[in-house]
Design a protein around this ligand. Sequence first.
Ligand code: NAD
Ligand code: DAU
Length: 349
Amino acid sequence: MIKTYLVTGGAGFIGSNFIQYILNKYKNDIFVINLDKLTYAGNLNNLKSVEKNKNYVFVKGDICDKKLVANLFKKYNIDYVVNFAAESHVDRSINSAEEFVTTNVYGTFNLLENAKKAWQTGEDCYKAGVKYLQVSTDEVYGALTEKESSFTEKTPICPHSPYSASKAGADMLVKSFYDTHKMPLNITRCSNNYGPYQFPEKLIPLMFIKCKNKQQLPVYGTGLNVRDWLYVTDHCSAIDLVLRKAKPGEIYNIGGNNEKNNLYIVNYIINYLSKHFDKTISPDLITFVKDRKGHDFRYSINSSKIQKELGWKPEVSFEKGIELTMNWYLKNDKWIKDVLDGSYKNKTT
Ligand code: NAD
Ligand code: DAU
């Protein structure tokens, strides 16, 4: 039986990788509807490889739009909802948080409500084989000191930024639809992703582009904040597994067991580009700038639950992942140029 996916935010970084991953894996056994508002972060150039695929359709729209989401459930026999759609950048949420609350909290509610209406067959009973998956983040757990142990699924939620607070709010709503209505769903909480198609406001693509152009590299504060980096296709494989195999109501942490501080990452990019692109690129480009407000010191994920219960493990080492990422950005000048000059916005189908 063909499985029909409603993927939201599929024109963004992880969503576009996920759509390519599942179409490649399941081929004619799936049909994918990509619902994306095309905010500044949505880029249809990310989906060129699938845009003519007969098992894929793009719908421009907002997850907060009640009528549109209801109509999608009427038009298609949706089995899976995978909600990537979000305002995702911490710095933007510090400058202005409204869109974060609207999309991340209300948008999630609207998807849940419509999925419940479409799927419920009786009290606490749902159509067979359906599932809602909320793509959440390790940032809902807050921050760790250098010595504290990694976040587990039992770590209390304690978000600090408006971004992570809005994601935590969404998680609570999703959980409530399981606790109250027994809706078949899961939540995944992943650490920092990197890889192709990441919008260059995030650390790795931002530093790559600036470094290649020999511009100053703005490192916040001391540069010693730690993130747990995971190559994006490893996140995709984990989501795929949770969607198809996990028991409803469960939450899974996903992480690369790969903690690095920001200075390590920036120096890695400098060394890579000086070796493979221009010998004169050097650490002199590093510039320490004012710290991010409320900057979380360290994230670290304990992903033993998904490893033990579902047999997931990350396949791509940090060295391999960075090489794949740097080579992708080096080969995709046009993608970068279109993002930087804004012409990616002209592509609407
Ligand atoms: P992104 O910012 O690259 O993409 C977000 C996508 O959502 C864009 O295509 C945008 O147009 C779309 N969108 C935004 N508001 C929308 C709305 N109201 N309706 C429909 N579409 C809308 O984000 P990303 O980095 O790909 O992250 C995807 C998801 O994964 C987010 O929920 C994020 O919280 C989560 N996450 C990200 C990371 C990471 O490292 N990037 C790690 C863990 C979890
Ligand atoms: O942990 C998962 C989260 O990872 C996701 O939920 C978010 O959507 C995603 O944006 C990411 O959040 P971060 O804030 O960790 O990612 P960002 O790339 O913005 O920053 C990574 C680290 O680098 C952080 O400590 C801040 C620092 N930084 C970032 C930028 C953009 C700098 O030092 N300079 C910069 O210019």
